[in-house]
Design a protein around this ligand. Structure first.
Ligand code: DC
Length: 229
């Protein structure tokens, strides 16, 4: 799918944690033959590095020095987008509760955001791109062709996340998942640098009562409508 001017589209998908943003972004990218980037995975990879190296996040010098030793890239392995941190596949580790519990604090650090936003902007090449995150439509690509902001009931989000962890055979406690999500929502929306918010020109989608395929159809329809204008 291209815009009226034959230019492949940049599609920004933002929203709260565990709203199914990556699932949707992956589906849309596959359907359109676009590149998919899960920007949250990049914040998670930085967090994993900080945990592994006991970086004190309140020490700006330590943080800056650590950032200079971090290289993140994505590789497509058997059709699955896989995150590499300094050459190592960390896809499973970055989804652990230890990383989830610290990632919002790490993502609130301006030095971290500066590095990752620059990397994210470099990922936009000549091909179409679907990127999901918290600040894609507001900060990373304010000129994105399509902006979607996803939300859902917090308890439904926690239940989905809990089921996902169980399916991956990871330890999970529903109450812990509920409080982790509430904690992340609070930090993500209240931080000073690039807080989570809906861009003025984003389309709001509440997927509480939608199946994955209903959501996909609704978003594809919306994309056609937006670029057909
Ligand atoms: O999408 P996710 O849950 O994997 O994101 C992990 C954390 O990273 C989330 O708590 C907020 C942060 N994040 C961010 O600040 N900006 C982004 N573009 C993506 C994620």
């Amino acid at each position: 799918m291209v815009s009226k001017h034959n230019k492949p589209l940049t599609i920004a998908i933002d929203g709260f944690s565990s709203c199914g943003k990556s699932t949707l972004a992956k589906q849309i990218a596959k359907e359109l033959g676009y590149i998919f980037v899960d920007s949250g995975a990049m914040y998670r990879a930085v967090t994993l590095y900080f945990l592994e190296h006991s970086i004190k996040i309140e020490d700006p010098v330590e943080v800056q020095d650590a950032l200079e030793h971090i290289e993140i890239r994505f590789e497509n392995q058997d059709g699955i987008n896989t995150t590499f941190l300094n050459g190592k596949n960390v896809e499973a580790e970055i989804r652990s509760l230890a990383v989830s519990s610290l990632v919002s604090e790490v993502a609130a650090l301006p030095a971290v955001r500066k590095k990752l936003v620059a990397l994210q902007r470099l990922m936009k090449g000549r091909e179409g791109l679907v990127m999901d995150g918290r600040d894609i439509g507001t900060v990373v690509f304010p000129d994105a062709d399509v902006k979607i902001f996803i939300t859902a009931d917090p308890i439904v989000r926690a239940q989905r996340r809990y089921n996902e962890l169980l399916a991956k055979k990871q330890n999970a406690d529903l109450h812990e998942v509920i409080s982790n999500l509430a904690h992340r929502d609070k930090i993500d929306t209240e931080r000073k640098d690039s807080p989570l918010r809906q861009a003025d020109d984003a389309w709001l989608l509440d997927n509480t009562h939608l199946t994955i395929s209903e959501q996909f159809d609704a978003v594809l329809g919306k994309i056609s409508e937006i670029i057909g204008k």
